[in-house]
Design a protein. Structure first.
Length: 351
């Protein structure tokens, strides 16, 4: 039985669009219907919910084909009988056996999917006792056919007990609904498998993107760590320069002090030189203060860099853990995909 996937909408089956031919192979149904009609002696035909035939009539008797359906009145009455019988079967969800307008016993076996009617097997064209001649002469007059021929044709109808007719209708009901139910479950399985597979592929693609992003972040973090190391090196060189400037400031201070001593010895002649010596000592003091401030700033920079390095190390560790987790998720997704393929194969074999 070939089951299509065309009724899948966004990963879910739309039950309202599932037709009888989507869940039952019509060729198989026709053969089963023909063989059953021949073996049991009951006429039958399968129709859709609107009453349109989806199979050819099986073992229709001459009484119906050549006479009852031969006139517009008879054909209309048959259609009305079938409609009422089918509606009752659809309402109850069970086979219904009733007498048709022409006095024959008919049945309607509904084919249901989760409470929704998708078709009906109509049949019968039998009697539960010998035909009453007067009854059929009256019907012949009403529908406009030859009375004698109509009476003779009625005698060709097979006589069965009502229990036999009900049992036959139940067999058709059980078989048809079992076939349609199994096929529909298979369709649902395939729909779920397709949804699962699509979801697994999407998640897998997302995991690959995350893994690539994690790798990029890891590379960027490594580059940042290298730059931070360079900052440490530069900061160390700044400290060396500051130490050198401090040494110069100390020497300048000594030089200013010596100059002040010499200016004092020179008396009035050394007054101008004494002013210069004082300025030199002031410049030395200012230089030492500036160096101290710069060293404080470089200390702060070093502490900040060390903190950044620690944070960078923690980030790198987190990234590695994230990458490991992504690998585990990816492996699980691949396993889900494999299971989806297995389920898909099982669903296809079931068809």
């Amino acid at each position: 039985m070939a089951i299509g996937d065309k009724k899948r909408v966004d990963g879910d089956l739309d039950l309202n669009n599932v037709r009888l031919e989507d869940v039952i192979d019509i060729e198989f149904l026709q053969k089963f219907q023909d063989d059953f009609a021949t073996g049991v002696g009951l006429a039958s035909v399968t129709v859709d919910p609107e009453g349109n035939p989806v199979t050819k009539p099986s073992r229709y008797i001459r009484f119906c084909m050549d006479y009852t359906h031969a006139t517009e009145t008879g054909d209309r009455r048959c259609a009305e009988s079938h409609r009422k019988c089918g509606e009752e079967a659809a309402r109850t969800g069970k086979p219904v056996v009733a007498e048709c307008h022409a006095g024959l016993i008919d049945f309607a076996a509904p084919i249901m999917l989760e409470g929704r009617l998708i078709g009906t097997i109509l049949g019968g064209q039998v009697l539960t006792g010998p035909p009453v001649e007067g009854k059929y002469r009256q019907i012949a007059k009403e529908i406009g056919v030859n009375e004698d021929e109509y009476v003779e044709a009625s005698k060709e109808a097979r006589i069965l007990t009502r229990e036999s007719i009900e049992a036959a209708a139940n067999v058709l009901f059980i078989v048809a609904n079992s076939l349609s139910g199994a096929a529909y479950r298979q369709m649902k399985l395939k729909s779920v498998v397709n949804t699962l597979s699509d979801g697994a592929h999407q998640i897998s693609a997302t995991m690959e993107e995350l893994a690539a992003s994690a790798s990029t972040v890891s590379d960027n973090q490594a580059n940042l760590n290298e730059e931070i190391k360079n900052v440490n090196v530069v900061t160390g060189k700044i400290d060396e320069v500051m130490d050198f400037i401090k040494d110069i400031a100390d020497e300048t201070r000594l030089l200013g002090l010596n100059a002040a001593i010499e200016a004092a010895r020179a008396g009035e002649a050394g007054l101008g030189f004494g002013v210069v010596a004082q300025e030199i000592r002031n410049l030395s003091a200012d230089s030492k203060q500036t160096v101290s401030k710069i060293k404080d700033l470089t200390t702060i920079i070093k502490e900040s860099v060390e903190k950044t390095v620690r944070m960078g190390g923690e980030t790198t560790t987190t990234i590695h853990q994230q990458a490991a987790a992504i690998e585990q998720v990816t492996a699980s997704i691949q396993e889900i995909s494999s299971l989806s393929e297995l389920l898909s194969e099982m669903a296809n074999k079931g068809g």
